[in-house]
Design a protein around this ligand. Structure first.
Ligand SMILES: [Zn+2]
Ligand SMILES: [Zn+2]
Length: 258
């Protein structure tokens, strides 16, 4: 059994065929799914899906690209829902900052403020964090340490292979590995993967994004966790079952308290 710990099933690209997408995944052994919060406008859809499908859960949060919408999101309304398992995805993403230097600085400050607010919410409600980091390892690590995110721990989803983040494993953080590991240019991730403790590995697709080889260019879907597992097993010299079992029990520990 496998758990896709990060899949945007609320994306409109699944509106037409969500049943089939989930059935295909389940037939291949992907049995549980977590929809991360990202854009607050699709959160109601995520909740609806989690109520419709027994094995779908959701997280509540605001992606750094949507930081300006943070104030509009009524966290308290969703946080006690029985299918809500985490806070996020939240974090810092400096990849496509735009405008003048001052604009960029303001955007960074806003992202930081919204990230810290979500770390505080996670601690208040005792939920793990789903953290998104792109081109912002230094600042992200600093905030996670400064605001004691270790109280709840979480996952560095779509782990960017930055070695300075590995020490967060000692603070209750897991490392989400997805389709990127199958890319030809993923050397950095391939090299760093053996340095992550097995007990800290999670599998994710981030679908509909980051489609693994050999389906690049197509819509991603949770079925394709199988390609991720295959690649991880190959790099680590483990069997498919070993990777499935350990990552499943890691996900259960972090998100489902068992
Ligand atoms: Zn992300
Ligand atoms: Zn995502």
């Amino acid at each position: 059994m496998l758990i896709d710990t990060h899949v945007h099933l609320d994306d409109k690209r699944y509106n037409e065929d969500l049943d089939e997408v989930l059935n295909r995944a389940m037939d291949a052994g992907v049995k549980r799914f977590i929809i991360p919060g990202a854009d607050p406008s699709t959160l109601d859809r995520a909740v609806e899906i989690s109520e419709q499908y027994e094995d779908v859960y959701f997280a509540i949060g605001v992606h750094p690209y949507d930081a300006e919408n943070f104030e509009k999101l009524d966290f308290e309304k969703y946080i006690n829902h029985k299918k809500c398992v985490a806070i996020g995805e939240c974090g810092l993403d400096y990849f496509r900052l735009e405008g003048s230097d001052e604009d960029k600085l303001n955007e960074k400050e806003l992202q930081k403020k919204v990230f810290v607010a979500q770390i505080e919410l996670a601690k208040k409600y005792k939920k793990p964090l789903i953290v998104h980091i792109r081109d912002a390892s230094n600042d992200s690590k600093e905030l996670l340490l400064k605001y004691e995110a270790k109280e709840v721990g979480g996952v560095l989803h779509c782990f960017n292979a930055d070695e300075q983040l590995l020490s967060l494993a000692e603070r209750g953080f897991y490392f989400g590995i997805g389709g990127v590991v199958t890319f030809k240019n993923a050397k950095k991730l391939v090299n760093v993967l053996p340095k992550i403790e097995l007990e800290k590995l999670l599998i994710e697709t981030d679908a509909p994004y980051l489609t693994p080889t050999p389906h690049r260019g197509e819509r991603n879907e949770p079925l394709y966790t199988t390609f991720v597992v295959q690649k991880v097993a190959e790099i680590l010299g483990l069997s498919l079952d070993e990777v499935k079992n350990i990552t499943k029990s890691n996900a259960e520990k972090l998100f489902f308290n068992n």
